[in-house]
Every structure is written in C-alpha cells, then in structure tokens.
Design a protein around this ligand. Structure first.
Ligand code: ATP
Ligand code: MG
Length: 248
C-alpha cells in the first residue's frame, strides 16, 4: 500500500507496513502484531517522538553498552522486522553479540530471523544452535533457553519489547538490563536498569548515533542513572500530552 507522506500518521502506518511484511515473511507471529498494537497506543500518547527523558535513557544505555565486557542484543520477531539493519550496526559499534531469543519459540522462525540479520551484514548469530543451549532459572520451559556463549554469560543484555516474566528472570540471574518499551508502566519497563520509552524504530537510530559520539573516556566514567525517576518523567510527559490533547 502506498501511504502519502502528507498523511498525518504516515510514520506509524509505515511502521505497521514493516511489521505486516515481517509477518508475511515468517519473522513475526500474530501475537507480535497485537503487542505492536499495545505499543502504538503508547506511542500516540508520547507524541510519536523521542522525548527528553528517553534521550537521557539512551545516553546512559550507550555508555553502559560501550563500557560492558560482554553485551548481548536479544532479538525477537518484531525487533528484527522493524530494525534488522540497526541491530547489526549497533552490534558492530558496541561489540555486542546478537542472539535470537523468542517468546514463541520455533526453529523455522529463528532461522528466518537469522537470515534477515545476516542479509543485513551480521557475521555471527547466537541462539540458533541447540548444542549451546543453557537454561536460565525461574522461567518456564522454552522461554528459559538461551545461548551459553550469548545471554547466559552476558553482563549487559538489551531486550527490547520483552515480556515482564523474562525480564524479571534475567534480572534475578544477575544481568544488567536495557530495554526499549513504549509503556513506562509495563513490568519490563519497571524492572530494567535502563528503560528507553521510545519506539525501537526511532530510538535505535538515536542510540547508534549516541554511541558514535562517545569516546573511551566517556564510558569508563561511572554511569549515574535513576531509572525510577526517569520513568516518572516519562509518565509525566504522557500526562502533559493527555492534558494538551483533551484541551485541543
Ligand atoms: P510486561 O509483560 O512487561 O508487563 P505487557 O504484558 O504489557 O508487558 P508484552 O506484550 O509482554 O506487554 O510486551 C510488549 C511490550 O513492548 C509492550 O509494553 C509494548 O508497549 C511494547 N512495544 C510494542 N511495540 C513496540 C515498539 N515498536 N517499540 C517499543 N516498544 C514496543
Ligand atoms: Mg507481558
């Protein structure tokens, strides 16, 4: 479908198209389309832009990723459909490994996601070879399987659009968690060490550009970031937008 640039919701419709294409290509499941809908609603409320508090969270994330010893980017179907190119770029800049990690696990879908990432320049993809499977505690069956060389031994994990149970389990397992989540009230947003309340499609580009700007001295300094306070800022921004919209 051709969406005219002048359409007031052109950007969000383009994002929807990308996701639908991801669904048709076997990257995204039906449940992923619904999760996107939940995200869209919050994107509407934050004004479909990267807010001041999200910029702060992105700066802290860039420094944490660059300072960490063993960062891993966890990729699910929606993330791959929306940001394949950016995932590979971020991995190259930060030295982070890329691991395919699905809520609704399927070998076929894992392979389709890995193929798209490789097409975009990824050299090695973790999470697709059962030989290296390990379990994280406090999670049920398939959802707890991770790669021993990836998430299992990571110090920092970027887990965008993630379910709360898994985020909590990863946190209990000792990982530092960075997430993109448009809902500042979700369990993932509330559990992570750094929550970027932004659409991955916008936020990933800002995160990449921010990483490019930092020098080695910047990321050896101690990172001061209060996620609870930053989330409160995000909720305040939503309240302000709601007030503005209801007075329009
Ligand atoms: P939780 O399990 O953390 O409490 P949830 O059950 O409300 O959250 P899930 O479906 O488990 O939601 O996780 C998907 C999350 O991803 C939602 O919070 C949704 O707002 C968010 N989301 C969806 N699409 C995007 C996107 N494009 N960018 C950023 N966040 C998104
Ligand atoms: Mg959930």
């Amino acid at each position: 479908m051709l969406i005219p640039r002048s359409h007031p919701r052109a950007e969000s419709l383009h994002i929807r198209e990308k996701l639908v294409r991801g669904f048709q290509n076997g990257l995204v499941v039906e449940e992923g389309l619904l999760a996107h809908g939940r995200g869209e609603m919050f994107d509407y409320l934050i004004g479909e832009k990267t807010s001041k508090s999200s910029h702060e969270a992105i700066k802290a994330s860039a420094r944490l990723l660059l300072a960490s010893e063993h960062p891993v980017i966890s990729v699910n179907g929606n993330f791959a459909a929306l940001c394949a190119k950016e995932i590979v770029e971020l991995s190259k800049i930060t030295g982070a490994k890329i691991e395919v990690n699905l809520f609704y696990a399927s070998e076929k879908r894992k392979k389709a996601i890995a193929r798209v990432l490789k097409k975009n320049g990824a050299k090695e993809i973790f999470g697709i070879n059962a030989k290296f499977s390990k379990r994280i505690p406090n999670l049920d069956s398939a959802r707890r399987i991770v790669d021993s060389r990836g998430i299992f031994s990571a110090d920092v994990v970027l887990v965008p659009l993630e379910d709360g149970d898994r985020t909590i389990a990863l946190k209990k397992f000792g990982k530092k968690i960075i997430t993109f989540d448009l809902n500042p009230m979700s369990r993932t947003a509330q559990t992570a060490d750094i929550t970027i309340v932004d659409n991955v499609i916008r936020g990933m580009k800002v995160l990449i550009n921010t990483c490019k700007k930092y020098s080695r001295e910047d990321f050896t300094k101690k990172i001061k970031f209060d996620n609870k306070k930053n989330l409160e800022e995000s909720i305040l921004e939503i309240k302000k937008n709601l007030r503005r919209m209801s007075h329009a």
